[in-house]
Design a protein around this ligand. Sequence first.
Ligand SMILES: Nc1ncnc2c1ncn2[C@@H]1O[C@H](COP(=O)(O)OP(=O)(O)OP(=O)(O)O)[C@@H](O)[C@H]1O
Ligand SMILES: [Mg+2]
Length: 283
Amino acid sequence: MSTSTTGWLSRGGAPTAAAKGGGAGGFVCENVSLSFPTGTGHTRLVLGPLDLSIAPGQFVSLIGGSGVGKTSLLRVLGGLHRPDPTSHVSYGGQGVSGPPAGVVTVFQDYASSLLPWRTAQQNIELGIEQTCDKKERRERAREALEMIGLTRYASSYPWQLSGGQQQRVQIARAVVTRPTALMMDEPFGALDAMTKASLQDSLLRIHAETRTTVVFVTHDIDEAVYLGDRVIMLAGSPGAVAVDAEITLPRPRHQVTTKEAPEYLRIRHLLYSALRESHENAS
Ligand SMILES: Nc1ncnc2c1ncn2[C@@H]1O[C@H](COP(=O)(O)OP(=O)(O)OP(=O)(O)O)[C@@H](O)[C@H]1O
Ligand SMILES: [Mg+2]
C-alpha cells in the first residue's frame, strides 16, 4: 500500500532543487537500504530500498509500528548508520558519510544525555564550547533558554529539573548550535500529556523562527499530524514508505482548534487505518 496525497510531492511541473531536498538543509535518499549482521555470518535487510526527498525547512513526522525502521532511517539520514553500499544519501547536496555539519540529533533519553555537574545553562553551552568564545556562548545559551521557556532555570542542575524541563534543556542544547536540521527520536515519548503539548508548541515556535528542517519520529498519530508539514509512515519488513501525506493545516497551530479541523480528522483517520492495516499484516 502506498498513499501519496496531493502536495509538493505530486504537484505538476519540474520540482526545484530545494523541493527535491537538494538545497541547504534538505535530504535526498536514492535507493537507500540498510542491513544488519545477524551474527551468523549473514545480514538482515531491515529498511528499503527507498527513495525519499525532504525539502529544506520542512517538518517531517515519521511514524510506523515498533521495529519497522524509524530510528534506523533517522540514523541513516543523520549519518550515524552507514547504509548498504548501493545507497546514496545526500544532505544539502553533499553525500552523507558521517554526521553532516549542522545536523543535530535529540533522543528520548534526556536523563542520561545531560551532565549532572553542569547547570542548565552550562549544559546548553556545551554544544558551542569548541566554536564560540565565552561571551558569545553566554548570549546564545540565554537566547536558547528563552526560546524554550527556561530562563528562570538557567542556574538549576539537571537533578533539580522535572523530566519535561530536562528535555527542554536537551532541545536548547541542540538549538544553540543553530542546526540546519534537527533529528528527533520520540523526544516527548516519556512525558505526560500537558508537558508534551507544551513542548510540542515550543518546538513549533522554534521551527517557525529558525526554519530548520525537522525529522521527528513518534508513535503518536496526533502528535505527528499536529506538528508536521508532512507525515511519512513506514510499514512492512523490510520497512518501506507506506504513506506519504502532506499536512496542509494552517500555522500557527493550536492544540484545540487545529485538532477539530476536518482536515486534521481526515489525515488522522487515514493514518490510523493505515497503521492498523500494517499492524494486522505484521501479526
Ligand atoms: N544495531 C542493530 N543491530 C541489529 N539489528 C538492529 C540494530 N538496530 C536495529 N536493528 C533492527 O532493525 C529493525 C528496525 O529497528 P529500529 O530501531 O529502526 O525500529 P523502530 O521503528 O525505531 O522501532 P521502535 O518504534 O520500537 O523504536 C528492528 O528489527 C531491529 O531489531
Ligand atoms: Mg525507534
